[in-house]
Design a protein around this ligand. Structure first.
Ligand code: HMG
Length: 385
């Protein structure tokens, strides 16, 4: 039975910051951010958005008849809003889905959405008539004036996993690799990530090499068998570093094709920033929109989560894949640009771990789902529809 991704939708915040503006404010050469890091814009998170609203925003765009057949919701995130209650519970409520649904939250840094897809595949194998909703939602937050600041971002990718999927089947034989490392982490008391930046980029490449080479050994496939290789993109230059670690000085047709496809993956990630769990899947949507891909093509996907875990797996694009993936140019161009001062203000207003009651001004953010504040230690959500 073919199982995989049937539909893909995306949501980010209504605001973005120009990386040229950020570079000027931080006394850096803009080309360091635009070329050296490979980021052009970054999603800015108003206090009225969190991973619940972003996840609900993305999932609400899925076809209503398919949402009704969802029997499990998996939210993969490392920006959870509660240490106990799954964010999937709030999202199920906001989407007004049936109560006869299993909800759960998964965590292993940016890798967790890939685990979610593999678990969903197993569930659909057991119950082929059902859909599993996998949502990858995160807010990448490093702190003002830190080296990681240029790699912040936010958003959610909502994916339906089903039998006979319309977008991409997930092939068997994924290679996973995990080691207990401290390249990036966030203790429970911290609202910003801690990171050993250079070390994290080296571990990422080591894990890519390990899982990719092992996958080739296991399957007998070679580089020529991939129409595209796509990567978790914490910043778009990271994908280039990983791909070049494989291609070296190769300049033949295959190498040229893979470099062009990576550029297509990078397009949308360049203007949103790191989505943590969602980055690889925003990259897949971007490849489908901007790359040279056709039904039957094999895509290689490298998923990475700090801490650290990597997985290389492959998928085959299905006949009408293009019609089941949201086109992102419109929504991304509709966002409003903010100044560095406005960004810093919103950054400081995000609801962290403060115990007091708080009410946000809801007049500025026109998104459908909003975080209205906190009352009696409970987050208050609003559906404008
Ligand atoms: P940095 O030290 O400020 O930057 O931090 P740099 O000095 O290394 O410069 C970056 C690049 O810009 C370099 O190129 C420079 O040469 C170049 P590279 O050597 O890397 O090819 N550069 C310029 N280029 C053009 N014109 C110029 C110019 N100046 C310099 N004028 C760092 C960079 C990525 C370390 C930092 O932003 C950071 O710590 N980011 C967060 C960590 C991160 O994203 N790590 C990635 C791997 S780990 C991962 O992917 C998991 C993660 O998503 C979390 C999770 O799993 O949950 C992060």
């Amino acid at each position: 039975m073919k199982i995989g991704i049937d539909e893909m939708r995306f949501a980010t915040t209504p605001y973005y910051l120009s990386m040229t503006d950020l570079a000027h404010a931080r006394g850096e050469d803009p080309n360091k951010y635009l070329i050296g890091i490979g980021q052009e814009k970054q999603a800015v998170v108003p206090p009225t958005q969190d991973i619940v609203t972003l996840g609900a925003q993305a999932a609400a765009k899925l076809p209503a008849d398919k949402l009704k057949r969802v029997r499990t919701i998996i939210v993969a995130t490392e920006s959870g809003v509660d240490n106990s209650k799954a964010s999937a519970m709030y999202i199920k409520h906001l989407l007004k889905l049936d109560d006869n649904i299993r909800v759960i939250e998964l965590k292993e840094a940016c890798y967790a959405a890939t685990a979610g897809l593999q678990f969903a595949k197993g569930m659909v194998t057991l119950e082929p008539q059902t859909y599993v909703l996998v949502i990858a939602a995160d807010i990448a937050r490093y702190g003002l004036n830190t080296p990681g600041e240029v790699t912040q971002g936010a958003g959610a990718v909502a994916m339906l996993v089903a039998a006979n999927p319309h977008v991409m089947t997930i092939e068997p034989g994924a290679v996973s690799y995990s080691q207990d490392l401290m390249d990036f982490w966030r203790p429970l008391y911290a609202t910003e990530a801690m990171v050993d930046g250079k070390y994290s980029t080296n571990v990422y490449i080591d894990f890519f090499q390990h899982t990719y080479q092992r996958y080739l050994q296991q399957t007998g496939l070679s580089l020529e068998d991939f129409t595209a290789l796509i990567f978790h993109l914490p910043f778009t230059k990271m994908g280039k570093k990983a791909l070049e670690s494989l291609l070296g000085d190769r300049d033949d047709q295959v190498a040229k094709r893979l470099r062009d496809q990576l550029k297509a993956e990078q397009v949308d990630c360049r203007s949103v920033g790191n989505l943590y769990t969602g980055s690889l899947y925003l990259g897949l949507m971007s490849l489908i929109q901007h790359g040279s891909v056709a039904a039957g093509d094999r895509i290689g996907l490298f998923s990475y989560g700090s801490g650290a875990e990597g997985e290389f797996y492959t998928g085959i694009l299905q006949p009408d894949f293009h019609d089941h993936v949201e086109q992102l140019d419109g929504p991304l161009n509709a966002r409003q640009q903010v100044t560095v001062a406005e960004y810093e203000d919103m950054f400081n207003q995000q609801l962290g771990m403060k115990p007091e009651d708080i009410e946000f001004d809801l007049t500025k953010d026109h998104s459908r789902f909003l975080l209205a504040g906190q009352r009696d230690h409970q987050r208050q959500y609003v559906d404008r529809d």
